[in-house]
Structure formats: C-alpha cells, structure tokens
Design a protein around this ligand. Structure first.
Ligand SMILES: Cc1cc2nc3c(=O)[nH]c(=O)nc-3n(C[C@H](O)[C@H](O)[C@H](O)COP(=O)(O)OP(=O)(O)OC[C@H]3O[C@@H](n4cnc5c(N)ncnc54)[C@H](O)[C@@H]3O)c2cc1C
Length: 344
C-alpha cells in the first residue's frame, strides 16, 4: 500500500516536473509578440471587473459588501469626500449612534475589504461610457478600466450660500436634518434659514424639537398671510433682515449678525441648501435625472440606462446613512441578480 502511494507520488512529481520543464522551455522560446499578448491579457484582467462602484462611502461600500459576498470581482473608486465629513458625530443609524462619520466608514471599509474579490482605489472617475457590451471608465490618475456593470454611489455636493461663517458651521451648528442632529440641540435657541413654502414646512417640523424658534427669510418674506399668521400664533418669530454673517467659534454658532447691525444669539441654525452632482458621470452614461435633480431609479436602484445602478444621496432626497446603506445593499443585490440572469 505504502509502495503504491510512493509510486503515485513519484509519477505525479515526474509529470509535474515534465509539465514545468515544458512551460519553461516554451516560455524561453516564445516569440516577443506572444509574450506581449500574454502581458496585455494580464493587464486586461487587472483592469477588468464585474462591477465598478463609483464612490466608496456608505452607499458604495454597502453595495460592495453584497457583491463581495456574491463572489463578484468589484472595484470601488473613491475620491474621499463624503458630504458629512465636517460633522463631529453621526446620529440615527442603529449601532453607530454618536460615532464619528469617518469611524463608521473606516469600519465598513475594513469589513468590506475582507472579501478577496473586492478592491478599493483612491481616485476619481472622470469619464464613463458604454463600449460594446462593457463600460469604460477613465480616472483622474489616468487609469482606463472596464466593467460589465456600473454602480454610481457618488453622493451629492452641497452648495453653500454666500454668507460668511456658513460653510465653517455646516454640519456642526448649521444643520440640515432634525433626525440627524435635532436631539442634540433640543429646546435650544434655534434659527431656520428659509423662505416661502419650505420655510413654513421646516418651521412646523422643527418646532417639534424646540419652541425657541426664529425664522430668517434673509430678505422679504414670500410666505402667505395665512402661513405667517400660523407661525406667529405658534410663537415663531419671523425676521426678514438680510444676514451679514454667522458669528461662530470653531464652527459653533454664537450669533447671527444682520445687515442692520443687530446680533441675535443662537445655538443652532437649520438650513436646506441646493445641491449639485460631483461630476457628469451619470449624464455621460445617459441616466435620466428627476425633476429635483436626483438620478432616476426604480425600486431596485436601476437607473434608466441598462447595466447602470445608482444608490445613496445621488438618487434620493431621504438623506441618511441608514438610507444610503439600504439603497447600496439593494443596488448590489439587484446588480448581482442581473449578472446571474445574463449568464445562466
Ligand atoms: C453635514 C451633514 C451631516 C450629516 N449627518 C448625518 C447624521 O448624523 N446621520 C445620518 O444618518 N446622516 C447624516 N447625513 C447624511 C449622510 O451623511 C448621507 O446621507 C450619506 O453620507 C450618503 O452616503 P453616500 O454614500 O450616498 O454619499 P457620501 O457619503 O457623500 O459619499 C460619496 C462618495 O463618493 C465619492 N465620489 C463622488 N464622485 C466621485 C467620482 N467621480 N469618483 C470617485 N469617487 C467619487 C465622494 O468623494 C464620496 O467619498 C449628514 C449629511 C450632511 C451633509
């Protein structure tokens, strides 16, 4: 018995040896062109992915986790500028309440990159286009990459108003969402920077957290008489004077300086600012946008272009870490299902 095993081992070793010698001698005699073909093939493998995810924050990482667990070869390309980077603490995401935004993202990245088919590059996608049955991506660092599917998890870029101090306080004491930061400034002296219908809706909402509320319309109010009466009846003061400056200490609001010289002390200011997409990638791919400017998707996060998915802030006004994680996970699963359907 022992002898048989030994013999088999010897035969296998000899076979292996012959195979190895053949490969080596072939390699030595390979013409240059064949060598460069092989080299190009391995380059291609490095540049080809089942899915490229543009944006590697909560939505992108979440999509990557679903795809990594489905054994897909995935590349996440991330420019490292998540929208909440200035916020000291993130709230209202279960298990991570009060944790710093980058701590949540770092832990997510660590967990996602445990899947050996998932890769991460710090870079920025500049162009994306359909090329035959694939997508071709070019990046800021001059990389040309290919994928069968694309997931856009690019977030959005908030456009700061031209008020000194505003951008320094953004996410610290100038806040966009009561569910994210309202509890921390409950019952405090709070302002709302808005006008018209938005101002009315925001005032109604924010009064849930504090009744020490001033609405700054930053110019003539365009609220209806009924709206103004209702706000005043609920103890909400309306200030029409233009804002000169937000006075703060390291992002912590102290007062609002008005153009007529008055300083009104405040602890927090709610503001909803306009947004833009970080780049033209969705448009280059021909994805339709909604009336509000988000990338149009169905419930499975498919955009209007086949093979292209979108998730996170770029495709919903329900802006939160929880929502980005949910839509990212959905995009990953839907994308994987599409690949399975096409190849089965
Ligand atoms: C100030 C502020 C505070 C917030 N606080 C909270 C909170 O407390 N709780 C909560 O639940 N939510 C909060 N939010 C909302 C939450 O941060 C977002 O909903 C969430 O970050 C969206 O995740 P995302 O992955 O879609 O986008 P983002 O987190 O914005 O990430 C998008 C990523 O894509 C990258 N990217 C964009 N274009 C490209 C490209 N062409 N190539 C490569 N990479 C690209 C960006 O650099 C970025 O890293 C806050 C938002 C703001 C603005």
């Amino acid at each position: 018995m022992c002898n048989i095993i030994k013999k088999t081992l010897v035969v296998l070793t000899r076979r292996k040896f012959m195979k190895l010698s053949l490969v080596t001698s072939l390699a030595v005699s390979l013409p240059d062109t064949l060598f460069s073909l092989l080299k190009n093939k391995s380059m291609e493998d490095k540049q080809y992915f089942d899915v490229i995810i543009v944006g590697g924050s909560y939505a992108g990482l979440s999509a990557a986790m679903a795809l990594g667990r489905a054994l897909k070869k995935v590349l996440i390309i991330d420019a490292g500028k998540p929208c909440n980077r200035q916020t000291p603490h993130s709230h209202n995401f279960i298990t991570q309440d009060g944790v710093a935004p980058n701590e949540i993202a770092n832990l997510a990245k660590q967990q996602v990159l445990k899947y050996e088919t998932v890769h991460f590059r710090e870079d920025s996608v500049v162009t994306a286009r359909r090329k035959a049955d694939k997508f071709e991506i070019t990046t800021h660092q001059q990389q040309v990459l290919f994928a069968d599917k694309i997931i856009l998890a690019t977030g959005i870029k908030d456009i700061m108003p031209d008020i000194p101090g505003f951008s320094e306080c953004w996410g610290i004491s100038v806040i966009h969402c009561p569910y994210c930061h309202g509890y921390e400034v409950r019952h405090r002296k709070t302002g709302i920077l808005a006008n018209g219908e938005t101002a009315f809706e925001m005032s109604k909402m924010i009064r849930n957290w504090t009744d020490d509320l001033i609405l700054f319309t930053n110019g003539r109010s365009i609220l209806t008489v009924e709206q103004q009466t209702k706000l005043i009846d609920h103890g909400i003061q309306i200030v029409e004077d233009e804002i000169e400056e937000i006075v703060h200490k390291e992002g912590k609001l102290q007062s609002l300086a008005l153009k007529d010289g008055i300083h009104l002390p405040l602890d927090a200011l709610y503001a909803r600012v306009p947004f833009a997409h970080h780049n033209e990638v969705a448009q280059q791919l021909g994805c339709e946008l909604t009336e509000q400017g988000y990338i149009k998707t169905d419930l499975m996060q498919k955009t209007t272009q086949s093979g292209v998915f979108a998730c996170g802030d770029n495709s919903t006004m329900m802006r939160s870490v929880a929502s980005a994680v949910y839509t990212g996970s959905m995009a990953g699963a839907a994308c994987n299902r599409e690949i399975i359907e096409e190849n089965f």
